[in-house]
Design a protein around this ligand. Structure first.
Ligand code: UDP
Length: 231
């Protein structure tokens, strides 16, 4: 693979604390991404916001405003992770689809290409910039736009199961499954909007556990210890 889009959930950054940041966890991610960058692989990153806020977190405020808070949570996450990456010796940039003053730069495909040419890791913060979407949709959208070979979906679970392994001890893990089947069986690997975008634009995904040793490197090398979602 030459170009990948890594998606990290917000909770993944928080480790066992579930909220805020867990520096050892993020540093471990940084070391793996550095391996890929040194191999010449271009890495784009989308991070969720669930360690701070989700649009669904409040029933009393307007959803559009609640989603704006969620999008800003993803900006905080990207700035933090970007700085940890820099502390590990990588060059990074944080791009957003809306203005954040001097904190970030505006997303454009040309800008991403230029940064990738300079071996920078590019963070796509702020989701799609629109309410009622998610960082799942932002992940697929940016992966398509930057012409990624695949999406690397780092999760708390180690792949795609036919039912929730937390509820069902007999849940079966797939080594490989088509995105059509993910949609038909409502498996929720990514949300439905993102799944349809993957299908329509033929964007494959590698789903694996962030707890897997070298999971990100393995997935980028096509070593599939989780689930390959095919198109
Ligand atoms: N969000 C949004 N538009 C986007 C991306 C994210 O409105 O394009 C908001 C939404 O409120 C979401 C929150 O940011 O709940 C955090 O994003 P994430 O994808 O982690 O949320 P989840 O899917 O877990 O709700």
């Amino acid at each position: 693979m030459k170009r990948v889009l890594l998606k990290l959930s917000g909770e993944a950054l928080a480790g066992a604390k579930k909220t805020g940041f867990d520096e050892p966890t993020v540093t471990a991610v940084a070391k793996q991404v550095k391996t890929l960058v040194e191999e010449g692989i271009k890495v784009g990153i989308v991070i969720g916001g669930g360690n701070f806020w989700r649009g669904r977190s409040s029933e009393s405020i307007d959803r559009t405003k609640a989603d704006q808070i969620g999008m800003l949570a993803t900006v905080m996450n990207c700035i933090y992770v970007s700085e940890i990456f820099r502390s590990q010796g990588m060059m990074t940039s944080v791009l957003t689809p809306f203005q954040c003053g001097e904190f970030t730069k505006a997303f454009s495909k040309d800008r991403v290409s230029k940064y990738f040419d300079h071996n920078m890791v590019v963070f796509f913060a702020g989701g799609t910039g629109h309410p009622y979407f998610s960082t799942d949709t932002a992940t697929v959208l940016r992966a398509i736009e930057i012409e990624a070979d695949t999406i690397l979906l780092a999760k708390a679970v180690d792949g795609v199961y036919d039912s929730d392994p937390k509820d069902n001890p007999d849940a079966k893990k797939y080594d490989e499954i088509s995105i059509q089947e993910v949609i038909d069986r409502k498996l929720g690997v990514v949300d439905m909007t993102a799944s349809i975008m993957c299908m329509e634009n033929k964007m494959p995904m590698q789903v694996f556990s962030l707890n897997e040793r070298d999971g990100i490197v393995n997935a980028a090398h096509g070593i599939n210890n989780g689930t390959k979602v095919t198109v």
